[in-house]
Design a protein around this ligand. Structure first.
Ligand code: SF4
Ligand code: SF4
Length: 349
C-alpha cells in the first residue's frame, strides 16, 4: 500500500476449489434471487459460472484482455510484464488520469451468460465453428474479487467507489454514481454492470450485510459442490490465509492484471498446465502437486469447505481463551484453528 492508512483492517477473501465445481449454477441463482432480480437487472448475474476454455461472461472477456495486454513474461514467480495500470493507453486518460487498460463490453457481449457452454469445439476469430475435438474443460465460478488495488475504484471520476475499512469489500455508492461506466471499462474481470433503469453501475457487494453478521455470502453458503470457503486472507488464523499463504494451493485469477484479486482458486488437476499457468501464474504445478498429495493439515482444512463461517469460528480460540489440551493431555497456550485441540467446555461459545 502506498498509503498504509488506506489498508483495510482485514480483507474479505474466498477460495474456490475448481476440482469440485459441477456447474450447477446454484450459486448464480442464489445471488440472483437475493440481489439482481428486479426490473432492469435481467442481464445481471453478479455471480456467474462460465465453462472454460471457451465460455465467458461477458463473451471472451479474458481472451480480449490478455491480447490487449500483450506479452506477459514471468521470471520464476516474479511478473515482469506490464499490469493493466502500466499498459494503459495515454490517449484514454481522464481528469483523474487513472483509467487502466480495458474496454467496455458491448450489449451483445453481455447477452449470453455462458455462450459455448460445455462446447467441445472452439471458434475462430470470425466466429466460425472449429472441428470437434477431444478436450479438457472446467467450470470457473466468478464474483467481484474485492481487489486490493481495485481498477474500478481508480477509474471512477465521481469517486463513487470505495473500499470498506472494516472488511476490504469494494462498493459503489449509488447516490454518487452517474453511470459513466468507467468502472466497467477498467475492471479487468468485467464485474461492474450497468443498470439502464437507474442509470447507475452496480456490482457484487460481497453480501456485506451477511458478512457483518459473521455469515458467509449467499453464493458460498448455497454451493452444492462445497467448493467455496470464505475467510480473511490477511488473518493467519483464517483457513483462507492457510490455503493461500502457507499451503499455497490457492492462486489468484490472472495475477498479471495487477489488481491483486482476493478470490483464490485451487486449479483443476486435469487441465493443461500451460493454460492454467496463463490463468493463475507460475505456482500452478506446485499447487496441484500439494493438492493431490495433501498432508493431514491440508486435508483437515479442505474438509472445512461448505462449513459456514459461524461454525468454523465456533471453535476458534481467542487470545484470552487460548488454552486447550493437546493429544497427550498437556495444556496448550495457543494454537491455530487447523490444529485440532480439545477446548475446555467453558470456552465453547
Ligand atoms: Fe473492482 Fe473489478 Fe476488482 Fe471487483 S474485480 S474490485 S469490480 S476491479
Ligand atoms: Fe459450482 Fe458450487 Fe456454483 Fe454449483 S453452486 S456451479 S458447484 S460454485
Amino acid at each position: 500500500y502506498a498509503f498504509p492508512e488506506a489498508r483495510p483492517q482485514r480483507q474479505f477473501a474466498a477460495v474456490f476449489n475448481l476440482n469440485r465445481c459441477i456447474g450447477c449454477q446454484t450459486c448464480t441463482m442464489a445471488c440472483k434471487s437475493t440481489w439482481t432480480f428486479s426490473e432492469g437487472q435481467e442481464y445481471m448475474w453478479w455471480n456467474n459460472v462460465e465453462s472454460k476454455p471457451y465460455g465467458g461472461y461477458p463473451k471472451n472477456w479474458d481472451v480480449k484482455l490478455l491480447s490487449m495486454l500483450g506479452p506477459q513474461p514471468w521470471n520464476g514467480r516474479t511478473y515482469e510484464g506490464k499490469t493493466i495500470f502500466e499498459a494503459r493507453d495515454p490517449a484514454k486518460q481522464t481528469v483523474t488520469g487513472m483509467v487502466a487498460l480495458g474496454y467496455l463490453p458491448s450489449d451483445e457481449e453481455w447477452r449470453h451468460p455462458n455462450l459455448y457452454e460445455d462446447a467441445s469445439r472452439g471458434h475462430n476469430p470470425r466466429g466460425e465453428s472449429l472441428p470437434e475435438h477431444q478436450h479438457w474443460g472446467f467450470y470457473l465460478p466468478r464474483i467481484c474479487n474485492h481487489c486490493t488495488y481495485p481498477a474500478c475504484l481508480a477509474a471512477c471520476p465521481r469517486k463513487a467507489i470505495y473500499k470498506r475499512q472494516e472488511d476490504g469489500i469494494v462498493l459503489i455508492d449509488q447516490a454518487r454514481c452517474r453511470g459513466y461506466r468507467k468502472c466497467m471499462e477498467a475492471c479487468p474481470y468485467k464485474k461492474p454492470m450497468y443498470r439502464g433503469t437507474t442509470g447507475t453501475s452496480e456490482k457484487c457487494i460481497g453480501c456485506y450485510p451477511r458478512i457483518e453478521q459473521g455469515q458467509a455470502t449467499r453464493c458460498i453458503a448455497t454451493c452444492i459442490g462445497k467448493i467455496r470457503l470464505f475467510g480473511w486472507v490477511d488473518d493467519p488464523e483464517s483457513p483462507v490465509h492457510y490455503l493461500v499463504h502457507k499451503a499455497k494451493v490457492a492462486l489468484p485469477l490472472y495475477p498479471q492484471f495487477g489488481t491483486e484479486p482476493n478470490v483464490y482458486y485451487i486449479p483443476p488437476r486435469w487441465v493443461s498446465r500451460a493454460y492454467l499457468t496463463q490463468m493463475f501464474g507460475p505456482g500452478v504445478e506446485e499447487a496441484i502437486e500439494t493438492y493431490t498429495h495433501p498432508d493431514k493439515e491440508l486435508l483437515g482444512v479442505l474438509q472445512l469447505f461448505g462449513a459456514t463461517d459461524r461454525i468454523i469460528h465456533r471453535y476458534r480460540i481467542e487470545d484470552e481463551e487460548a488454552v486447550g489440551f493437546d493429544a497427550a493431555g498437556n495444556e496448550v497456550v495457543r494454537t491455530a484453528i487447523w490444529e485440532p485441540v480439545q477446548v475446555r467446555p467453558e470456552n465453547r461459545h
